[in-house]
Design a protein around this ligand. Structure first.
Ligand SMILES: C[S@@+](CC[C@H](N)C(=O)[O-])C[C@H]1O[C@@H](n2cnc3c(N)ncnc32)[C@H](O)[C@@H]1O
Length: 236
């Protein structure tokens, strides 16, 4: 996205200067949204955005000409209200936002699913269940797009955890991080549910250990493999 598109999206969050500047700097510095839009390009499958925050992804998809119906859910009611107001201001059609706690469940859906910077806030035992439920939603043309910090021994992992704790301390996040998945955990669970995944680093100029995981349904893998009992999510 160019500077004018970034400015246009950020201005949908006015009159709150804080949200305007947050959106502007996030869009200008984080490679996340461009990478997700690229991963979703070519599919018209409806998108369910789990833990959608203030709904930036919906604006980016529209700005980049990627068209599908969009449903964002988040357990932070203030962010959902912000997302609704900005979407209405921007005239985003085929777009809705609802409050929902992913620790309790997720909406029925068929198409694509985005899970961006959310997994670490879920109870560890819920992570595997949510991935299974998200995988079951993915249609033949759909994608499951995950951005997450991965648990490994790198300094980036330590910085990622510190930043998530800082976001909680300043009350930008309504939850503290619980646990981060490992590469092997995600591979195993996605495969167990019939999805083939590619992993690529997505930290851009940031110091975080962020990875983009793009998973598609694979005809080479059975849709669900009850014979595999994937390992539990890693603890903190
Ligand atoms: C780091 S933000 C990412 C927002 C958005 N996905 C993005 O990338 O722009 C994490 C989001 O997850 C949401 N979240 C955390 N725990 C959640 C839960 N149990 N259910 C639903 N949303 C949750 C937070 O409210 C927050 O909006």
């Amino acid at each position: 996205m160019d500077a004018a598109q970034v400015e246009n999206i950020a201005s949908q969050y006015l009159p709150s200067r804080w949200h305007y500047y947050y959106a502007r700097s996030k869009l200008a510095t984080d490679p996340l949204y461009a990478a997700v839009v690229e991963a979703l390009a070519g599919t018209h499958a409806p998108l369910l955005d789990l833990g959608c925050g203030m709904g930036l992804l919906a604006h980016c998809c529209r700005a980049c000409g990627v068209a599908f119906s969009y449903h964002g859910v988040d357990n932070d009611i203030a962010k959902i209200e912000l997302a609704r107001a900005a979407a209405a201001r921007a005239g985003l059609s085929a777009c809705r936002f609802d409050t929902l706690d992913l620790a309790q469940g997720m909406p029925a859906h068929q198409g694509s699913v985005a899970l961006l910077d959310v997994l670490q806030f879920l109870p560890p035992e819920r992570m595997a269940v949510l991935i299974a439920q998200a995988a079951a939603c993915i249609t033949d043309s759909g994608r499951l797009v995950i951005r997450t910090g991965l648990q490994d021994a790198s300094w980036r992992t330590r910085v990622t955890k510190a930043a998530d704790w800082f976001s909680r301390a300043i009350r930008w996040m309504n939850a503290a991080p619980r646990a981060y998945p490992t590469n092997a955990f995600l591979h195993e669970h996605l495969r167990a549910h019939g999805l083939e995944a590619s992993f690529s680093p997505l930290w851009g100029n940031t110091p975080f250990n962020n990875w983009l995981v793009v998973a598609r349904r694979s005809t080479a893998i059975p849709r669900a493999n009850p014979g595999i009992a994937p390992s539990p999510a890693p603890a903190g």
